[in-house]
Design a protein around this ligand. Structure first.
Ligand code: SF4
Ligand code: SF4
Length: 359
């Protein structure tokens, strides 16, 4: 018999105070007023656990690994106690007919009320035969489960935008959730894999307010995808000074200089890695010495070499002030705010998409 979240946290040695602090942090990350942290904590501690159906489609299981094995025991993990995960074929004990019965029972008894989480893309080629569960194609399953869902979470870049399965030449005809479902609220949480705390934040918001958070033009929660990696990167001062590592083991790399010339896609990638970090806040790719690959943007796999610098001015010192430059081949105007001048630290930077710049 499962008790309240607070009881569950206490059993794991996590105090009420730590939980309140965590909720305050979530509220602040989502740009909600300070009072929202306490409201979130109260709502999560008392909310009726919403039924969740989680369908893994054409994917590598990296998203599931990321969310469930981030660091243990985690408050993020505990928050999953707040949902009733009624179907997830990778995690559930049941298998075969028992599992399918659980799916249909959940869809029937919670029609119009359950949350649907999808990770993986949906292959349309060969009439959907590339990926089937219990003899049914992913596309059929998605249409059936989406019809009774209150809202859908597309978790990871594959579910959000097609991801790696959709990469050229897209042999399975992979598409995203929003390519197929047009009549339900959908939140995209892209990333390859997505950041666990972003998932927690979206769930906490849904439990507290009964609605998905505010989204950007690509369907992502603005609270976590409102700024580029570059906007918040700790190596940014070196970019502004024109100090770039030229190889992964040169003196610049050893000194922690900017990785732009080694192909970093941080300037055109919206995600929260630079602030939230990974593995319980231990580190993140750029801090580990590798440029951002742009994994939370559509078509990131087809955006050109991960090790080729973006086709934009590499040396901000040569910009000489705020300027608009043309993206090389595409002729796309790229707005470049001058971060060199003192006092311009909050200016928004490059606004072109990864695909625009790399065409
Ligand atoms: S280009 Fe990459 S490494 Fe350099 S400041 Fe921007 S995000 Fe950081
Ligand atoms: S740093 Fe870039 S490539 Fe790495 S996880 Fe974050 S968004 Fe994805």
């Amino acid at each position: 018999m499962q008790g309240s979240l607070i009881d569950s946290l206490a059993r794991q040695g996590i105090t009420r105070r730590a939980f309140l602090k965590y909720c305050a942090m979530l509220a602040s990350m989502m740009a909600l007023p300070p009072s929202a942290g306490r409201a979130m904590a109260e709502a999560m501690a008392t909310a009726r656990r919403p039924s969740v159906i989680w369908l893994p489609f054409q994917e590598c299981t990296g998203c599931t690994e990321s969310i469930t094995r981030s660091h243990s025991p985690s408050i993020e993990g505990m928050i999953f106690d707040l949902i009733s995960l009624d179907y997830q074929e990778t995690l559930m004990a049941a298998a075969g007919h028992q599992a399918e019965e659980a799916l249909h029972a959940t869809m029937k008894s919670n029609h119009g009320k359950y949350l649907l989480i999808v990770d993986g893309s949906i292959p349309l080629g060969m009439n959907g035969a590339y990926s089937c569960i219990a003899g049914r194609s992913n596309v059929d399953l998605l249409k059936e489960t989406a019809s009774g869902a209150a809202a859908i979470v597309a978790m990871g870049s594959c579910a959000s935008y097609g991801g790696i399965p959709k990469a050229n030449p897209n042999p399975t005809g992979a598409v995203s959730v929003s390519d197929l479902v047009k009549d339900k609220p959908i939140v995209n949480i892209p990333g390859c894999p997505p950041i666990p705390v972003v998932m927690t934040g979206v769930l906490a918001h849904y439990l507290t307010f009964g609605a998905l958070p505010e989204l950007d033009a690509k369907g992502r929660p603005k609270a976590f995808f409102g700024e580029t990696i570059h906007d918040r990167c700790y190596r940014r001062p070196f970019y502004d000074q024109g100090k770039f590592a030229k190889t992964f083991d040169d003196e610049g790399a050893r000194r922690g200089w900017c990785l732009f010339e080694l192909g970093c896609k941080g300037p055109v990638t919206y995600n929260a890695c630079a602030t939230v970090k990974w593995n319980g806040g231990t580190s993140w790719p750029v801090e580990s010495g590798h440029g951002c690959l742009g994994c939370s943007e559509p078509d990131f796999w087809d955006g050109g070499s991960f090790y080729k610098a973006l086709s934009m001015p590499a040396d901000p010192l040569k910009l000489g002030g705020a300027a608009a430059v043309a993206g090389a081949a595409a002729g796309v105007a790229v707005s470049v705010a001058n971060r060199v001048k003192k006092g311009a630290a909050k200016a928004s930077h490059e606004k072109a998409t990864l695909a625009d710049l790399e065409k």
